[in-house]
Design a protein around this ligand. Structure first.
Ligand code: TXA
Ligand code: MG
Length: 346
């Protein structure tokens, strides 16, 4: 298959992408969080194409992307007042809401579950594509299963060239980590995946919200409620270790020690750091994630930093912990997984 690329802010490309989706083909497109790999969510064949393009286990359900709140009522049922309040507060935007599905949504899209995950992205190009195609677009992140989510069209091409029909290029995404997922079918609303929309932002609208306990534990026997959260995601090829500590200088010293030891063994080493700390390190590959300790800038660069480590064929990666603020939870959720839970406390 020949994968074509076109800029998303071009009428003709949106038109082409719409025809592809209507014919059951696959189109990758930017959202405000990460690039998605889109197909017709109500077409079982398109859904199965998505799974095979990604190499994704078929028990891992897809998020359906919509362009207006009314669509929810066609795809889902028993939508509660609080669920509706969340839609009105955060859509369009980086929040995915899990609801009870209607029969129109095939089990192929929901991994056999009786629930469906819905999201209205805020990226204008993504919204335009949904509207123009008239399709409810099922879209996982547009990476090969197990690789970091793509935050540029170039990342998508690396993973998907020859596997999908088209990539719509909208430049680097704004947020950089996947949407927050909240389950509104459980007794207490439950966060299944942390993201840019934080617990307290949700609680401001609907009161108490739980966090899936599997997210807070490294015990692999506790299964997360979002099937996708159980897989080792985002993993770079090199061995990643996070060094955490209250005292910044302890962290820097420890990382410098670890780097020195590996470099002496002839290994290729990289450090993931904030711009602020970067000048304190001695290492051939210092990858700056943002200019300060602000979560927003770190989230935006996290996945491209992990991908860069692969490109440079790094053997060992040492990262600072980026705990600061509420967005820190979402960032550390991804980073700790990428590190296979290898965290050193100093
Ligand atoms: O920001 C995002 O959400 C991006 C962009 C493209 O929209 N999409 C994304 O999709 O991250 P994906 O497939 O990479 O992750 C979807 C997650 C998986 O962990 C999956 O298990 C969970 O959502 N999920 C989907 N449907 C679900 C359901 N009915 N119940 C529980 N979890 C669900
Ligand atoms: Mg994904």
């Amino acid at each position: 298959m020949n994968t074509t690329i076109g800029l998303i802010d071009n009428e003709k490309n949106i038109e082409r992408a719409s025809s592809i989706l209507n014919a059951g083909g696959l189109v990758a497109f930017p959202t405000e969080t990460v690039y998605g790999l889109g197909g017709d969510g109500l077409n079982t064949l398109a859904a199965s194409k998505i799974y095979s393009a990604k190499g994704r286990p078929s028990d891992n359900p897809l998020i359906i992307h919509i362009a207006n709140i009314d669509s929810c009522y066609l795809l889902a049922k028993n939508i509660s007042e609080p669920a509706r309040a969340l839609m009105e507060a955060f859509w369009p935007g980086p929040l995915t809401i899990v609801l009870q599905k209607r029969g129109i949504v095939p089990p192929e899209t929901t991994g056999g579950l009786e629930t469906v995950a819905l999201r209205m992205p805020s990226h204008p190009g993504a919204l335009e594509l949904i509207r123009r195609s008239g399709i409810y677009i099922a879209a996982p992140s547009a990476n090969l299963s197990g690789r970091p989510s793509p935050t540029t069209a170039q990342h998508v091409l690396e993973d998907m060239n020859g596997r999908i029909d088209m990539i719509l290029d909208g430049g680097p995404v704004g947020i950089g980590i996947e949407s927050t997922i909240i389950d509104m079918t459980s007794e207490l609303p439950t966060i299944l995946r942390p993201g840019f929309i934080t617990k307290s932002m949700l609680e401001d609208i609907i009161g108490p919200v739980e966090i899936d306990i599997a997210l807070l534990s490294s015990n692999e026997l506790i299964k997360p409620k979002a099937p996708g959260m159980k897989y080792t995601h985002y993993a770079p090829k090199g061995e990643l270790t996070i060094v955490d500590g209250f005292d910044n200088s302890f962290v820097i010293n420890k990382i410098n020690q670890l780097v020195k030891a590996k470099q002496e063994q002839g290994q290729k080493v990289a450090i993931l750091t904030t711009g602020q700390n970067s000048s304190f390190y001695l290492c051939d590959n210092i990858i700056k994630l943002g200019n300060d300790t602000k979560g927003e800038t770190i989230a935006a660069k996290l996945y491209s930093g992990l991908r860069l480590c692969d490109e440079l064929e790094i053997d060992f990666i040492y990262s600072e912990a980026f705990n600061e603020g509420e967005l820190g939870n979402a960032i550390m959720n991804r980073l700790v997984k990428a590190a296979g839970h290898r965290v050193l406390n100093v």
